[in-house]
Write a new protein. Structure first.
Length: 148
């Protein structure tokens, strides 16, 4: 490994449901949380705000940090990267104006760079709902923290 890949993700819980995103990137279907890679020169909160603006066209208030992965994780996309993820509670400052899906991977087309959003009830949330190991490790901590 040559470098760190710092990632920031927002946990938005409304009515005991967690907002997740299904995406097709680099030909890979994935379920994760809204957010993404930190750019050089950004702080964690600033990067998360940019990511939510890019993905959901909404400004957010960044709250408490909920989780940082304590274990080594190689990137699924570049074996030279060590991934470190930071998960924060977020609150949108205006209503979300995206169409929500009810089924996993319900994309309008099968083209690359697709992204859709859906809710998962916290009581139903399972590690297998997510694609990547760090998100999967977050699930029990999230359920314990939010009483699901």
């Amino acid at each position: 490994m040559n470098r760190f890949n710092l990632r920031v993700y927002g946990l938005y819980i409304q009515d005991h449901r967690l907002l997740v995103t299904d995406e097709i990137r680099f030909g890979i279907r994935m379920t994760k949380l809204p957010g993404g890679g930190l750019k050089f020169g950004e702080g964690l909160a600033q990067g998360l705000q940019r990511e939510w603006q890019e993905e959901l066209a909404v400004d957010i208030e960044v709250g408490d940090i909920v989780y940082v992965n304590p274990f080594l994780q190689h990137s699924a996309f570049d074996p030279n990267d060590e991934v470190i993820c930071f998960y924060f509670q977020v609150t949108p400052l205006t209503p979300l104006r995206v169409a929500f899906r009810t089924r996993p991977m319900d994309f309008p087309t099968e083209e690359n760079n697709q992204q859709v959003f859906r809710w998962i009830p916290l009581a139903d949330l399972q590690p297998e709902d997510f694609t990547f190991p760090i998100d999967q490790a977050l699930v029990p901590k999230l359920k314990a923290a939010f009483g699901a």
